[in-house]
Design a protein around this ligand. Structure first.
Ligand SMILES: [Zn+2]
Length: 422
C-alpha cells in the first residue's frame, strides 16, 4: 500500500557511494526507511472563501509542498448522512472518517458517541501499541469525549501526551469580556505542540485551535475575525517549523494536514450549523506530495482525512471497519472516485469514475446493520464489474428488506451507501 519513496532511493545511492568509499560497515542505520509521523490541525470555523481571500502565509507554505483543496463537511445534503455543520460533529467526522448517521455526535454536548466507529487514534494504537499519540487542544472534550481517552468503550485507549483543559484554568487564563483569553489558550496550545513535536515527536498528533470560531461568533465577517485567522496562521507556523526541524534532524517523514470543521453563514458570518453552501464548504491544506485524484475531486470531504492518515502511517483497517468509512484516501493508489448510488423500484444503480484501468469492483449488500451495535454484518455479493465499465445495475427484488447497506469494494478503495425504505 505504501509506495516507494524518494528517500529510499537516496539511501540506496548513499549506500553504493559508501561501499565504494569502504565506509559501509561503520554506518548501520543507512538502510532504514524514514519513520512516518502525522500532525493534523483543526482551526475552528473558517469559511473557504475567507481562507482563499486572506492567503495566510504559513498555510501557503504548507500547500507549496503539497496542495490545497476545497472540501465539504455536513454529509450528503438531503440524505441519510446529512450532518450538522457544528464543531464537535465536524471534528468527529475528521477523527472517524464517517458522518453523523454513524458516529452519532449531533452537537457539542457529545451525549452518546458511537465508539464502534473507531477514531484514527484507536486504529493507530490497536495496531501499533508502541506508537505515541498526542492531543494539544483548546477544548478538553476533544480528548475526553470524542477520542475517549481511557474509556472502557474505546478499549481503554491511552493518549500518551495531552495538553488541554486550559479553558477551565481561570487563574492563568481569566475569561475576559472580549474573549481574548481563548487567543492566549491557543497560543499556549500551539507552542506546546511545537515544542513537543520538536523534542519528542509523537507519531500521531492532533492540534485544535478555537479562537477563530469565537471571533466569528462575536464579530462575523470582520477585521477581528481576520485578525484571529492571522494569529492561527502564526501558530500553525510554530508547528510547521517544528516539523521541518524534525525532517532536517531526524530520519522522519511528516504528514501535515490543516482543515476546518465548518464554514459560516453567508449573511453575517456569525452563525453556523445549517446546510448552506458557505457553512458546508471546507478546505484542506497538506504538505504531502503523494496526492491523488480524490484530493481535487468534487467529493473531497472531511471524512477523507482519517483514511488518508491511516494509509500514510501504514495502519491497516479491518475489512468490516473499512467498509464503513465514508471518505476516500487522498494519498496513494486509488481504484475509483466519485461513486454514485441510486435505488428505484428494487433496482440499484451504482456508478463510479475509474482511476485505475485494471481490476474489478465487487458490489456487496448487507440487509441489516449489526456493525453499529458492535456486531458483524453478513454481506451478500451482488456481483462484480470491471473498473473500466464504471457502472453496474442490480435487481434487489429477490432480497426484500427495509434497509440495505451497499458497499463498492475495489483493490485500492471502497465506498458505501445506505438505502432506508420509509
Ligand atoms: Zn466549530
Amino acid at each position: 500500500m505504501i509506495p516507494a519513496t524518494i528517500p529510499v532511493r537516496k539511501n540506496t545511492l548513499n549506500i553504493i557511494a559508501l561501499i565504494a568509499a569502504g565506509l559501509f560497515f561503520c554506518t548501520p542505520v543507512l538502510s532504514q526507511q524514514k519513520t512516518r509521523k502525522t500532525v493534523f490541525i483543526i482551526v475552528d470555523g473558517i469559511p473557504a472563501d475567507v481562507i482563499e481571500k486572506l492567503l495566510p502565509p504559513n498555510l501557503q507554505n504548507i500547500a507549496k509542498q503539497g496542495g490545497y483543496t476545497r472540501s465539504y463537511v455536513g454529509g450528503v445534503k438531503g440524505t441519510y448522512s446529512q450532518t450538522p455543520t457544528i464543531s464537535a460533529v465536524g471534528y468527529n467526522s475528521v477523527l472517524t472518517g464517517v458522518w453523523v448517521n454513524k458516529h452519532n455526535v449531533w452537537d457539542n454536548d457529545i451525549a452518546a458517541p458511537n465508539y464502534y466507529y473507531p477514531t484514527i487514534f484507536r486504529l493507530c494504537k490497536e495496531q501499533y501499541p508502541a506508537k505515541k499519540t498526542a492531543i494539544f487542544s483548546s477544548w478538553e472534550d476533544n480528548r475526553t469525549k470524542l477520542v475517549g481517552d481511557h474509556f472502557a468503550a474505546t478499549g481503554n485507549l491511552p493518549v500518551d501526551y495531552a495538553f488541554d483543559g486550559l479553558e477551565k484554568d481561570t487563574v492563568h487564563y481569566p475569561h475576559d469580556k472580549q474573549g481574548d483569553f481563548m487567543s492566549k489558550i491557543d497560543e499556549s496550545v500551539a507552542k506546546k505542540a511545537a515544542e513537543t513535536i520538536q523534542t519528542t515527536a509523537p507519531d500521531l498528533s492532533w492540534v485544535y485551535l478555537e479562537y477563530t470560531d469565537d471571533m466569528g461568533h462575536k464579530h462575523g465577517d470582520s477585521p477581528e475575525f481576520y485578525n484571529a485567522i492571522a494569529l492561527a496562521d502564526k501558530r500553525i507556523g510554530y508547528i510547521w517549523q517544528a516539523v521541518q526541524y524534525r525532517q532536517q534532524h531526524a530520519n522522519e517523514e511528516w504528514l501535515v494536514i490543516v482543515t476546518t470543521d465548518h464554514g459560516r453563514d453567508a449573511v453575517t458570518g456569525k452563525g453556523h450549523g445549517g446546510q448552506s453552501n458557505r457553512e458546508r464548504d471546507s478546505w484542506i491544506f497538506t504538505n504531502t506530495k503523494n496526492l491523488n485524484q480524490q484530493f481535487h475531486a468534487p467529493q473531497a470531504s472531511a471524512t477523507d482525512i482519517m483514511p488518508s492518515i491511516a494509509r500514510f502511517m501504514g495502519i491497516s483497517i479491518q475489512h468490516d471497519k473499512a467498509f464503513e468509512i465514508d471518505g476516500i484516501p487522498f494519498t496513494g493508489a486509488l481504484s475509483f472516485i466519485t461513486p454514485t448510488f441510486s435505488y428505484n423500484n428494487n433496482q440499484l444503480t451504482v456508478t463510479w469514475k475509474a482511476v485505475n484501468q485494471k481490476g474489478e469492483v465487487k458490489v456487496w449488500a448487507s440487509l441489516g446493520n449489526q456493525f453499529k451495535t458492535g456486531g458483524k454484518d453478513d454481506y451478500i455479493l451482488l456481483g462484480t464489474a470491471p473498473l473500466l465499465r464504471q457502472t453496474a445495475v442490480f435487481d434487489l427484488s429477490s432480497k426484500p428488506s427495509a434497509f440495505y447497506k451497499i458497499v463498492l469494494e475495489a483493490p485500492d478503495n471502497t465506498s458505501n451507501y445506505w438505502i432506508e425504505k420509509k
